[in-house]
Design a protein. Structure first.
Length: 225
C-alpha cells in the first residue's frame, strides 16, 4: 500500500495526527491540509497521486461542501466525509454532491481504516474484462460506464450500485441487501439513500435506465428487456 497517497483535510491538528498515525501503520503515504483553501491547493499539486480524500465538513475559509463541489468539477477521486453531524439530511445532501462514504465523529480509528481500505479495494482492486449489458458497457479496471459507446460520468457510489445490480442480473435485490453489499457496512439511514442513487443512475443511463426495475415492496432488479 506504500504507493497509495491519501489526503487528510481537517482543521484539528490532533484529529489529523490521529488519522495519519493509523494510516501510516498500514503503509499509506499521507498528505495534510488544515483548511479548505489549503486542501484545494494540495489537491491541485498532487492530483495524479491522491487516491482518496478524508474531508472534514466544518472548516475555516472553505467548508467541506465547498471543497467537495470544486474537486468534483474535475475529479472523481473517492471522498470520505468526516462529520460531527449525523443527520440524515446532511448525508443525503452529501451523496447528491458526490460523497462516496460518511464517517461520523467520534469514530474508532480502526473503523476508519476499515472504511478506507474498503473504498480503495472497490476503486483500485478486482480488475476484470469489460462486459456489455444490453448496450451498457462496464470497465472495472477503468471504473467507467458507457451507454451505446458514450461514456457516462458516475460517482464511486453510483458505479458500485450499478455494478452490483448488473452482477446480480435478473435477481430481485432487497434494499437491505443492497445496503449491506454496496455500502459495505451497517448503514443507519433509510432506503431513501438507495432510491436517490437509483433515480440518478436511471437518468444517466437514459433509455437504458428502464433495465433497472423497481420491485414493489422488495427493492430493485436489473433485467434487460
Amino acid at each position: 500500500m506504500n504507493d497509495i497517497t491519501i489526503l487528510i483535510v481537517d482543521d484539528e491538528s490532533r484529529m489529523r495526527k490521529l488519522i495519519k498515525d493509523f494510516l501510516i501503520q498500514k503503509g499509506y503515504h499521507i498528505l495534510e491540509a488544515a483548511d479548505g483553501e489549503e486542501a484545494l491547493k494540495v489537491f491541485e499539486e498532487h492530483q495524479n497521486e491522491i487516491k482518496l480524500i478524508l474531508l472534514d465538513v466544518m472548516m475555516p475559509k472553505l467548508d467541506g461542501w465547498s471543497v467537495l463541489r470544486q474537486i468534483r468539477q474535475t475529479s472523481k477521486v473517492p471522498i470520505i466525509m468526516l462529520t460531527a453531524r449525523g443527520e440524515e439530511q446532511d448525508e443525503l445532501f452529501g451523496f447528491e454532491l458526490g460523497v462516496d462514504e460518511y464517517i461520523s465523529k467520534p469514530f474508532s480509528p480502526k473503523i476508519l481504516v476499515a472504511r478506507v481500505e474498503a473504498v480503495l479495494k472497490r476503486t483500485l482492486g478486482d480488475k476484470t474484462t469489460v462486459k456489455d449489458y444490453g448496450g451498457i458497457t462496464i470497465d472495472p479496471e477503468g471504473r467507467t460506464v458507457k451507454v451505446d459507446g458514450k461514456q457516462v460520468d458516475m460517482s464511486l457510489r453510483e458505479y458500485e450500485l450499478l455494478k452490483y445490480l448488473v452482477d446480480n442480473e435478473n435477481i430481485a435485490l432487497s434494499r437491505d441487501k443492497i445496503l449491506n453489499n454496496v455500502w459495505n457496512y451497517d448503514y443507519y439511514g433509510d432506503s431513501r439513500t438507495i432510491d436517490s442513487h437509483i433515480k440518478k443512475i436511471r437518468h444517466k443511463l437514459g433509455k437504458k435506465g428502464k433495465y433497472i426495475e423497481t420491485m414493489r415492496g422488495v427493492g430493485y432488479k436489473f433485467e434487460i428487456k
